[in-house]
Design a protein around this ligand. Structure first.
Ligand code: NAD
Length: 353
């Protein structure tokens, strides 16, 4: 098998999961890494024995590598992905793909023009639950999905408080673009990516004064970080989306708030419904009907390392020249919904397409 060489851009918390996932695959070499924070760059390069280390991410692209893994703050994703694709590299980019639709479209266009692979690292797609639900939908088991709810709520879990995570110009927003994007992507994937028609959004920032750091990125990974102390993004966001096929989705995401916590997705279809909540027992419930009697079915799967599964999938796409699981249409649609929830929240008006 041909050896594949990988370059990592951004040596923060999530880069460890990417590097470990690449390293467990055969015939892969992590050949280069970059981070503007020299202390962190050395820490991660030493930990994983990566020889080429650069302060400027552009230098990674000059190396003879095949895949670039983008693990930098959100605001840099578009520029780095476009440059990497133009430099002839295949790109796996952390979520969110970019700050807005224009940036996302430019990435997709560049991937199409260059013919290089591009995937967004939506790791939740790789749980056996997600794959099982997707198959149920595709096999028509749910009938027509006409209503969905997706929530990802934390009570006191603000990541990197006072770092790029809570700085609008670097992150693009708060929990909606950070963790809401995962459940939105998953729900859009399950629903077959219908076209949005109307979006209503709200955002709040109520915990600014009593906010506490949520523990991500892991403290041990924050070597040499110098937080600015800025917190100008929301701590809770909600959106209501009506699609052109008349299906609707209610979405909510918080880093802080006084409520139950966890990730939950519910899909209501004309034949059956599903509820997926990884922290509940059982994590998956299917609400159906048999011989005129309503029935509940449950399913449980062994846990998998989603980062390993996601990286393996992308490497296979590169090796076999196949389309990554995140399609251009889904990537743009998820970005469009997030951008317009923020727009609606800002203007106080619904956004109609
Ligand atoms: N899929 C997931 O489960 C998951 C989990 C956490 C984070 N993420 C995403 O991964 C990305 C990184 O998040 P993180 O948690 O590792 O954050 P982090 O703060 O731990 O790491 C970000 C790193 O990028 C570096 N950096 C800053 N500017 C840069 C630039 N211009 N070029 C290259 N590197 C630069 C910083 O010095 C830092 O070391 C974000 O987009 C985030 O949304 C995804």
């Amino acid at each position: 098998m041909k050896k594949i060489k990988v370059g990592i851009i951004g040596a923060g918390g999530i880069s460890h999961s990417h590097i470990e996932a690449f390293k467990q695959l055969p015939d892969i070499e992590i050949a280069a890494i970059s981070d503007p924070n020299e202390a962190k760059l050395s820490f991660v390069a030493e930990k994983f024995g990566i020889l080429k280390r650069f302060v400027n991410w552009e230098d990674v692209l000059k190396e003879p590598i095949d895949i670039v893994s983008i693990c930098s703050p959100n605001a840099f994703h578009a520029q780095q992905a476009i440059s990497a694709l133009k430099a002839g590299k295949h790109v796996i980019c952390e979520k969110p793909v970019a700050l807005n639709v224009e940036e996302a479209e430019n990435i997709i266009e560049t991937a199409e023009k260059t013919g290089n692979k591009f995937m967004v690292a939506f790791c939740h797609r790789f749980t056996p639950y997600s794959q099982f639900i997707k198959k149920l939908v595709e096999n028509g088991h749910l009938g027509e999905i006409y209503y969905a709810k997706a929530s990802c709520l934390r009570r006191r879990g603000i990541p990197g408080l006072g770092t790029w995570f809570t700085t609008k110009k670097l992150a693009g927003g708060g929990p909606l673009i950070d963790i809401g994007v995962h459940i939105l992507d998953l729900t859009v994937y399950f629903m077959g990516c219908p076209e949005p028609e109307l979006i209503v959004g709200v955002t709040y920032n109520k915990f600014k004064n009593q906010a506490i750091d949520g523990g991500w990125p892991p403290i041990w990974s924050r070597v040499g970080d110098k937080p600015s102390g800025i917190f100008d993004v929301e701590d809770l966001a909600a959106g209501f989306i009506r699609f052109k096929n008349n299906a609707t989705l209610f979405l909510e995401a918080s880093w802080a708030g006084n409520s139950e916590t966890g990730l939950k997705i519910a899909l209501m279809g004309t034949k059956s419904g599903v509820q997926y909540c990884p922290s509940s027992q059982p994590p998956l419930k299917i609400f159906g009907e048999l011989n005129g009697v309503v029935t509940d079915t449950t399913a449980e799967f062994p846990s998998v390392n989603v980062y390993h599964a996601e990286i393996e999938h992308f490497v296979n796409c590169v090796r076999n020249n196949t389309q990554p699981i995140t399609t251009p249409k889904e990537i743009i649609s998820v970005t469009k919904i997030i951008q317009n929830i923020y727009k609606s929240a800002e203007t106080g008006k619904p956004v109609e397409f």
